[in-house]
Every structure is written in C-alpha cells, then in structure tokens.
Ligand binder design. Structure first.
Ligand code: GUN
Ligand code: FE
Length: 418
C-alpha cells in the first residue's frame, strides 16, 4: 500500500548540501521510498496521507558507535582518561550484564530512548556476554531499530571479574554468530574491544573468520596518547596503531574505527587506501579528555567519516546533540590551527549523522528512491518566530534546539515507531 508523508522535507543529498522541499510529499510503499515531490503526482492521489504540514521531516539518525552496556553510567564518571576510566568505571558497569534480567530491563529502556531521540540505525558494542547481547538484539528489534551489534571480544587487560580466556572468546563468538541468524534487520559485527584487550591469537582468529564469513569489524583506534603508547609496547614490530589490526586481517573495506584522534598522515592514508571508515565521537573525545580528531581534514582527504555518540564516554544519546558537538570539536581544531583550516558546517554534520550512516548500510544519501524509509518529524513551532524563518534557518535551529518531545513521529524501515 502506498503512503505519503506531507510536510517540509529536509535532507542531505551530498556532504555540505541540504535540500528543502517546502510542504512536499514523500511517497513510500511498504518500507521503501518511491520518491519526494513538491506536488503530489496524479498517480499517487489515492495514497493515504499522513499530514505533517508545517513541520520538519528529516531522515532518522544513525549512531555508528555506542556501547549499550554503558547506558546505565551515562552522564557519570567522566573524570578520568581512557585507560583509568575503563578500569575504574566501565568494566564494572559492563560486568553487570552477566545477569539476563538486568540486561532485559536496561536494554528495553535503551531501545525506547534511542527511538525517542530519532535514532533508528546503529553500530553497537555489547558486553562480553553472549546471552545479554542476544537480549540486546531482541530489544532493539522490538523497538524497531536496525543495524549491527557485536558481542565484545576481550581476553587480556580487562579485570579479574570481566575478561574471557582466548578459548572462551572464540567459543562464545561462534555461539553468538549462530544464534543471531534468527534476526532479520540486526546483524552481527566482530568487535575486538581494542588492541590492548585482545591477544595476538584472538586477533588472528577474528581476522580469519572475518574473511571466511565476510563479517564486518568494529573497534577503536588512536583515541588517547597513553593507549597508543601501550599499543606500541604490545606490538614493538609496528610503527602505527592501525598496523596491529592490519597484520591480523581486520583492516579491510567496511571496518569501522572509532575516534582516530591521533591518526597522522600515514595512518589516515592507510584508512583511505583500505576503505576503512572513521567514526567521529566528539562528545566522548572531549568528556574523557582524549583530544580532538582532525575530522574536517579527513573529509578533505576523502576519508569516509561517520558520527557516533560513544555513550558513555559521550554523554549525549541524541544524534542532534552529537552533531552539535562534532561541529564544536571541529571549531576547536580550527582555533588551534590559527584559522588555517576550515571547520565542519551544520550541513556537513547533518550529512554525516544521516546520509553517511545510511550509505554505510548500503543506501543512497537523503530520501533517495529505493531507500528504506527512516524519518523523523520535528515540530519546531514552540520556538520563537518560526513563521518568519526560512526552512534553511529552521533546519539549522532544529539541529541546536530540538528536544526529544519535539520529535513527534519516528519511522524505521517504513514502520511508525513513535
Ligand atoms: N577503548 C576501549 N574500550 C573503550 C570504551 O568502552 N570506550 C571508549 N571510548 N574507548 C574504548
Ligand atoms: Fe567506544
């Protein structure tokens, strides 16, 4: 059955470009977009119309790096740098997910809060626990969220109460991969926590199954200076962090690397040449005082960049707030460079948080025909002077001023979720 969303359509067809169709029509059938129009074509006149005239209809958001078991610690404990933060707070928080009842309760709430904020697609880290990870996938599916979820692999440098043996990690990863065949829209991703937490043997095994089974990989790269020094001590044969993933077959097209704060020219070239994607997590990088990634520079160099909330290093679940922080972080880089480098524009951050994520999942940018329908409807009429503003101005203000209550409808895979 054909359906229509009627309202101000706003989307990013390219990085830095925003298209606005004033009181336009988005036509979709089942879960697929058929097209966007400023006048409703004759052939769709009989379709049922959901009337959001006067409101803003945007693509829903993609959060390409977040840690589900850190959701309960969101907004706390950001007073230590990465390695101490992991040991003091994070491993303890994640270890609680050994309890399936706790996992069920927390993950049901996470799914709801993601949808309330307009996030419908994710690339997520779970904990070490296979059962809790499957519960997470069930709860995301129930909420209508799709994407990738990974059971974390970690066989060293964890805690006495939160670490696997190499054999356990392999066996549980295989059990996880088999168990998630039952999910349609949430797929598994291999998730070695980061080089310090994985033995060479585990990394080698993960690299071999990534390639045998054609599985995607996500991890962390060059986030913090102490972390980088530790990686050098663990892998004295490598010059740069990325090589510790590459030597085990984990550095390949589609691999997602969060942060890349300290990726120099050589590491950035390796990212580009191998088709790896960078997930920029500005809020996290500032909260746990890691540093600021040269993200605008990476875009200029043609590196694929995505955005992540990285909760609970990041303290914002809302991808609109993540977009704001991405711009602020980029502006700090501009200040540091004495204004010799440009910063991320609102249009660019919006592209990264919507279209770039959709493209990672194999779609076209914006509301392209053929994409699955992922959309949010924002009612900005409580804000001052809305009648006088252009749609471009209202779009920019929506990035900075939207509260969850202003998101009046959310669609994921063609289904209304809110
Ligand atoms: N590096 C390894 N684990 C983590 C984590 O949980 N959060 C962040 N921000 N970086 C990491
Ligand atoms: Fe992270």
């Amino acid at each position: 059955m054909k359906r229509v969303l009627h309202g101000n359509l706003i989307f990013a067809p390219a990085c830095g470009t925003v298209t606005c169709i004033e009181n336009g029509y988005l036509v979709y059938e089942n879960d697929r977009i058929l097209g966007t129009f400023s006048e409703l074509p004759e052939r769709f006149q009989s379709a049922s119309v959901e009337d959001f005239s006067g409101r803003l209809i945007l693509p829903a958001f993609t959060d390409m790096h977040l840690h589900a078991p850190q959701y309960p610690m969101l907004g706390m404990g950001m007073d230590l740098p990465l390695l101490e933060w992991l040991n003091r707070y994070t491993f303890r928080a994640e270890a609680r997910f050994a309890d399936p009842d706790y996992a069920r309760r927390i993950y049901a709430q996470l799914g709801k809060e993601l949808v309330r904020n307009g996030t419908t697609r994710v690339c997520m880290f779970s904990s070490l626990h296979t059962d809790a990870t499957l519960i997470l996938m069930e709860e995301l599916e129930r909420a209508g969220i799709s994407g990738y979820v990974g059971k974390v692999q970690m066989d060293r440098n964890g805690a006495s109460y939160y670490q696997e043996t190499t054999e356990q990690s392999k066996a549980e990863t295989l059990r996880f991969l088999t168990a998630c065949e039952r999910f349609a829209d949430i797929r598994p991703i291999l998730t070695p926590r980061f080089t310090p937490a994985c033995s060479d043997e585990l990394m080698r095994w993960l690299g071999s199954i990534a390639n045998e089974r054609n599985l995607p990989v996500q991890s962390h790269l060059s986030e913090n200076t102490q972390e980088i020094a530790l990686v050098h001590r663990l892998h004295p044969d490598t010059e740069r962090y990325w090589e510790t993933y590459a030597k085990f077959g984990l550095w390949k097209p589609g691999t997602l690397m969060a942060h890349c704060v300290y990726s120099d020219e050589v590491e950035r070239k390796a990212i580009k040449d191998y088709g790896v994607s960078v997930v920029y997590c500005a809020d996290s990088n500032i909260n746990i005082a890691s540093g600021i990634a040269p993200i605008r520079q990476m875009l200029t160099e043609g590196i694929p960049v995505l955005l992540g909330s990285d909760i609970a290093g990041g303290a914002q679940l809302s991808m609109l707030q993540v977009m704001q922080m991405s711009i602020r972080g980029s502006k700090m880089k501009t200040i540091e460079s004495h204004w010799t480098t440009p910063f991320l524009s609102v249009a660019e951050a919006f592209y990264l948080g919507t279209s770039a994520g959709a493209m990672y999942f194999g779609e076209q940018p914006g509301f392209s025909a053929g994409n699955r329908l992922h959309a949010v409807v924002i009612d900005d009429r409580r804000l001052p002077d809305t009648d006088r503003l252009t749609l471009t101005e209202r779009f920019e203000r929506a990035v900075y001023r939207t509260e969850p209550g202003d998101i009046v409808a959310v669609y994921g895979n063609g289904r209304r979720l809110k």
